[in-house]
Design a protein around this ligand. Structure first.
Ligand code: AMP
Ligand code: MG
Length: 400
């Protein structure tokens, strides 16, 4: 029997077989979660001019030598309504948050440190030059490349792009991912469930996964465990960047994906992972095919480990291993065998705020409900020794 290939090698083989696709320009309202494909360069400076960070009075710090001095108030500068004059000796301008600093002034005295009288203000607290003043361009200046390609755009990034006065951005085209469920027993949700049949969790679940990570999901339905039907379904799949199948990858007589891929172009079949051992990857003609196991838990965990990086690669990102966080174990764990184990666990903070990962007692890869409930997966490397509650562990967060 060929040795099972390690998880990291499988991911590398998938990612290296894929190349990034096209680029399109979208409105900011469509850009959330998309991968930026050209550096975003600020069209304006922020702030556009020196502005006040507080409500108060714009003054010349040098005019004031002792608390209790009064200044003549010669005007008002409000947000959107700059004051056009020049602040002279012994003068102040009433100012509000976000308003332009008037020429001549170099400090702000906050409202709380003053008493106002008609046409004048008494300064109770001596100002410090530059205090409470946001300098023009201190956040970014026109021409600054504030977001670099490639990166996935967050809601915070969308706010930044908007402030940069960029109404449109250049992003990776959404990869088109076909999702095909295989199995004589599978029906779609809402169909009548006959004897021996089960409802497809994988079809809708994987389509949602694809959408969650910025892909365009092409739901291809269910195909029977029949070689020619399977071949026909793959050939008819249409223009896709990647086809994801579920089921039919094990070694039973009715598991046809391995056979079909071996006749086409198989990159690998079977990896040192639990759940997800029968994963396969290859090509049918030009179409890359990722064959996920039928067990819904295995299918989803393999999607997190392999489909997500594959999609990232198609969008111009590196396709690295999913990010993990450190946690402490909530229970003891026994020593691991040669397969990398992804253990469904609840995640809760302890009183100090540290994350505690408590593996569920039942790890059956048929337990769809346990995966839905899990906060993360405790990663147990091959041959990891026994671990005690309270020891550190590595957790993949389930955020999809
Ligand atoms: P297979 O990989 O085809 O041997 O399937 C493994 C297990 O997953 C079997 O119990 C199947 O009935 C189940 N299964 C296969 N496809 C799906 C699906 N789309 N949704 C839910 N369960 C599935
Ligand atoms: Mg099957």
């Amino acid at each position: 029997m060929a040795p099972l290939i390690p998880v990291a090698d499988a991911r590398r083989l998938i990612v290296e077989a894929l190349t990034s696709g096209g680029v399109e320009t979208v409105a900011l309202s469509e850009a959330l979660g998309r991968v930026l494909r050209a550096d975003a360069v600020a069209a304006v400076s922020h702030p556009p001019a020196d502005v006040s960070a507080m409500d108060g009075y714009a003054v010349r710090a040098g005019d004031l030598t002792a608390a209790g001095q009064s200044l003549t108030v010669v005007g008002e500068s409000a947000a959107g309504h700059p004051w056009a004059g020049l602040v002279g000796q012994g003068q102040a301008v009433r100012i509000f948050t976000g308003a332009h600093m008037p020429a001549g002034a170099d400090a702000i005295v906050i409202q709380e440190d003053t008493t106002a009288a008609p046409g004048a203000v008494t300064i109770l607290e001596l100002p410090v030059k530059g205090r409470h003043v946001r300098k023009a361009g201190q956040d970014f200046a026109t021409g600054d490349a504030m977001l670099k390609t490639p990166q996935r755009l967050s809601a915070r990034d969308i706010g930044l792009l908007a402030a940069m006065n960029l109404p449109r951005v250049s992003v990776a085209r959404r990869p088109r991912i076909g999702v095909l469920s295989t199995g004589d027993e599978i029906v779609m949700p809402g169909e009548s469930v006959g004897p021996g049949q089960i409802v497809s969790a994988n079809g809708p679940g994987l389509c949602a996964f694809v959408r969650h990570y910025g892909g365009e999901d092409m739901a291809l339905g269910v195909v029977r465990d029949d070689m020619s039907a399977l071949r026909a379904a793959i050939t008819a799949a249409g223009p896709l960047d990647l086809l994801v199948t579920s089921g039919g990858v094990s070694v039973g007589e009715h598991d046809l994906m391995g056979k079909l891929m071996a006749e086409a172009e198989l990159s690998f079949h079977k990896i040192a992972m639990r759940p997800g051992k029968p994963l396969l990857f290859g090509r049918v003609g030009k179409l890359p095919v990722l064959g996920l196991p039928g067990n819904p838990v295995s299918a989803m965990i393999c999607a997190a480990l392999f489909l997500k990086p594959a999609m990232e690669r198609l969008m111009g990102l590196p396709g690295d291993a999913p990010r993990t966080v450190a946690a402490v174990l909530g229970t003891d764990m026994k020593a691991n065998d040669g397969r990398e184990d992804y253990v469904r666990a609840s995640l809760n903070p302890d009183p100090t705020g540290a994350l505690v990962a408590t593996p569920f007692p039942r790890q059956d890869s048929g337990m769809i409900s346990a995966l839905a409930r899990a906060g993360g997966l405790v990663i147990r490397p091959p041959h990891a020794p026994e671990a005690k509650a309270g020891e550190r562990c590595c957790v993949l967060l389930l955020d999809f």
